[in-house]
Design a protein around this ligand. Structure first.
Ligand code: FES
Length: 363
């Protein structure tokens, strides 16, 4: 029997809206390399994800009785909107990445907010692009390439990926199968070490001006998107700036939880100012109290005092620093990384909250 109806696809399958239902079901898990896995999720009810390639979701994971927030870039493409994937590298000592690799099972439910972020080719259109990644920084690049492939958009794209060894090159077979069909998609891999690889005809080494000139000789003509570990991106940035590259055409993103945002690394305690009020911030679980003036974010004050708290974007976007406020009043200027119902429930983003009284945080 053929059932006919007049509903549009959008009516049959509305967009996923995390404010209505933020549950995502893990539907598949597969290994990409020896320490990278991809996790596929769908909404609890059939819904379409509406996102730009390069955007991320901030997940809530239930780990050891705590809720831990982490942002992961979507590695799938918006042209296949009924599920999303994230691709995660197991990092030594990494609480969330190890939990995902060891404990998340198909059928498990997690919660997520998003999609968020502006690290997208849609925000910076260009005919000639360079996608430059290190390690698992390939995830947004893969979303760009998959999307362009599905849409039949044959931009002049140079995809350059730096990996530890040839076996650590993520998405390799899929990239090469797309490149066979798209003349304008060129791929170059650089491996730092060989380990047991006997047949490697690609380049070898870490990022250096010489290697970069070898794989991307026309980089000055390209819009550059870069993602990877913080030292990798710092090396790229430094080289591009020194080469006279127009840095307005350079875009980067990283969720490197070991790297403090640049501004915080360089921040020094401001000189005392009698007109600026200062408050005590108590972290109840850590049993630490730090001073924080009304112009300084709680995250910055905690880090200046030597505390290590999870954070990534430091601008109220990713949600990684979300914490429960037990007492006190803050002023919070976020950029979408927290929902109103979470604010109503006493949550704040430490990176964009400044104190207006003494504060107690549940950390
Ligand atoms: S670190 Fe991203 S929202 Fe606070």
């Amino acid at each position: 029997m053929v059932v006919r109806h007049n509903l549009t696809l959008a009516e049959l399958y509305p967009h996923w809206n995390c404010d209505e239902d933020d549950r995502l079901i893990c539907r598949a898990i597969y290994s990409e390399t020896q320490d990278i896995k991809t996790f596929a999720f769908t909404p609890a009810e059939p819904r379409q994800f509406n996102f730009a390639p390069g955007q991320f979701l901030t997940f809530e994971f239930p780990i050891d009785g705590e809720t831990v927030n982490r942002s992961y870039t979507i590695s799938s493409t918006p042209t296949r909107p009924f599920s999303i994937t994230i691709t995660v590298k197991r990092s030594p000592g990494g609480v969330v990445s190890n939990w995902l690799h060891d404990h998340l099972q198909v059928g498990d439910v997690v919660r997520a907010v998003g999609p968020l972020g502006e690290f997208s080719t849609w925000a910076h259109p260009a005919e000639k692009r360079l996608f430059l990644s290190g390690g698992v920084g390939a995830t947004p690049m893969m979303s760009y390439v998959r999307r362009d492939f599905d849409m039949g958009e044959d931009f002049d794209t140079l995809y350059v990926h730096f990996a530890r060894t040839p076996k650590d090159i993520v998405f390799r077979r899929e990239l090469e199968s797309m490149a066979i069909r798209r003349m304008n998609l060129k791929i170059a891999y650089v491996a730092e070490q060989m380990e047991n690889e006997r047949f490697w005809s690609g380049l070898r080494g870490r990022f250096s001006p010489h290697l970069f000139a070898t794989v991307a000789e026309d980089f000055l003509e390209r819009e550059i998107f870069c993602c990877g570990p913080a030292p990798f991106m710092a090396a790229v940035r430094g080289h591009l700036a020194a080469s006279g590259f127009d840095m307005r055409r350079y875009h980067e993103e990283s969720f490197d939880f070991d790297a403090l945002p640049q501004a915080e690394q360089e921040a020094a305690p401001p000189p005392p100012d009698a007109t600026v009020r200062s408050f005590e911030i108590t972290f109840a679980k850590s049993n630490r109290t730090v001073e924080c003036d009304e112009n300084t974010s709680i995250l910055a004050a905690a880090r200046l005092a030597g505390m290590r708290l999870p954070a990534s974007c430091a601008k109220g976007l990713c949600g990684t620093c979300k914490s429960r406020k037990l007492e006190g009043t803050v002023e919070m200027n976020h950029a979408g990384g927290i929902r109103q119902r979470e604010v109503d429930a006493g949550m704040i983003l430490l990176c964009c909250s400044t104190p207006r009284s003494d504060i107690v945080i549940d950390r």
